[in-house]
Ligand binder design. Structure first.
Ligand code: ATP
Ligand code: MG
Length: 158
């Protein structure tokens, strides 16, 4: 279905803000302009739920999370940055693997199965997108994904 992505992002972040149980500030940097993507809304909602709930889960009390949307050529980039525990360099490629969790002891008390990002990756790739991570231990993590933008010219619409 055709989705106005910027409206959609605001809606998802609004819902997180309403349900926050920690003292975490979610900031947004989302363009005013309307950008359409052709996606399964439920699936992309699931992706954002996974990524934003990780950012919250691995953030300290009082932390800040930034949700950014930018247009790059024919793509929309979505970035979720936190100031949380971060991920060691040597583990960064594994976090998208099924059941992989960094530091079992640390993760155990926070709960989870290690499936969230593996599912997110599958869903984004099913939309011809890509997802990746950048992180620094004890400083924070940024998860970025890109989705193809819908063409604006009528003739090019599928
Ligand atoms: P689930 O999502 O299934 O409830 P999970 O959150 O442990 O469990 P993933 O979302 O797949 O699993 O993430 C895999 C691992 O990557 C996590 O266990 C955690 O160690 C690490 N990780 C993911 N996101 C972050 C983040 N924002 N900050 C720090 N570590 C992270
Ligand atoms: Mg998770």
């Amino acid at each position: 279905e055709r989705v106005n992505y910027t409206d959609f992002i605001h809606h998802v972040v609004d819902r997180f803000e309403l349900n926050l149980k920690q003292e975490i500030d979610i900031k947004r940097n989302v363009p005013e302009e309307k950008y359409n993507v052709w996606v399964d809304k439920d699936k992309v909602t699931q992706v954002l739920d996974n990524i934003i709930s990780n950012a919250i889960k691995y953030s300290p009390e009082g932390g800040e999370i930034l949700v950014e949307v930018t247009k790059e050529k024919h793509q929309l980039l979505t970035k979720v940055t936190d100031e949380g525990v971060g991920i060691p360099e040597s583990n960064i490629d594994k976090i998208f693997d099924r059941f992989y969790r960094v530091d079992k002891a640390r993760s155990r008390q926070l709960g989870g199965t290690g499936l969230g990002l593996a599912i997110a990756k599958e869903l984004i790739e099913a939309h011809d997108g890509e997802v990746w991570a950048k992180s620094k231990e004890n400083e924070g993590t940024t998860i970025t994904f890109r989705l193809p933008l819908m063409q604006k010219k009528r003739g090019q619409r599928k």
